[in-house]
Design a protein around this ligand. Structure first.
Ligand code: HEC
Length: 84
């Protein structure tokens, strides 16, 4: 959470709902059963992404270190929907 704040991820991503980018809970649900997701998302966090969720581009986050990207990917994937 601190890393996500520090790297301005929250400027575009909500925790639950879509803002500019998909909500982190939505991302977690989508990749819940995908064993390759942590590595792929870590890569996308650093290199940017487009076309997976829509037409909006996620710019590359080149200031994020490889290690931080791994932590962020795992953090995103660990998000749970709020209890209803
Ligand atoms: C300028 C806005 C913006 C910022 C800043 C941003 N994102 Fe994104 N993010 C997006 C958009 C838009 C998408 C959807 C891209 C797509 O459709 O492929 C996305 C997609 C993602 C995905 C899913 C990729 C996939 O393949 O499903 C992850 C994970 C992610 N962002 C994490 C992060 C993290 C972590 C940070 C902070 C280091 C961050 N984002 C900062 C806009 C942003």
């Amino acid at each position: 959470m601190d890393l996500a704040r520090k790297n301005a991820c929250m400027a575009c991503h909500g925790l639950v709902h879509k803002q500019v980018g998909p909500g982190f809970v939505q991302i977690a649900e989508r990749y819940r059963n995908d064993a390759t997701a942590p590595a792929r998302l870590a890569d996308k966090i650093r290199n940017g992404s487009v076309g997976t969720w829509g037409r909006v581009i996620m710019p590359r986050q080149s200031l994020v270190s490889e290690a931080d990207a791994q932590v962020l990917a795992r953090w995103v994937l660990a998000q749970q929907p709020p209890a209803r």
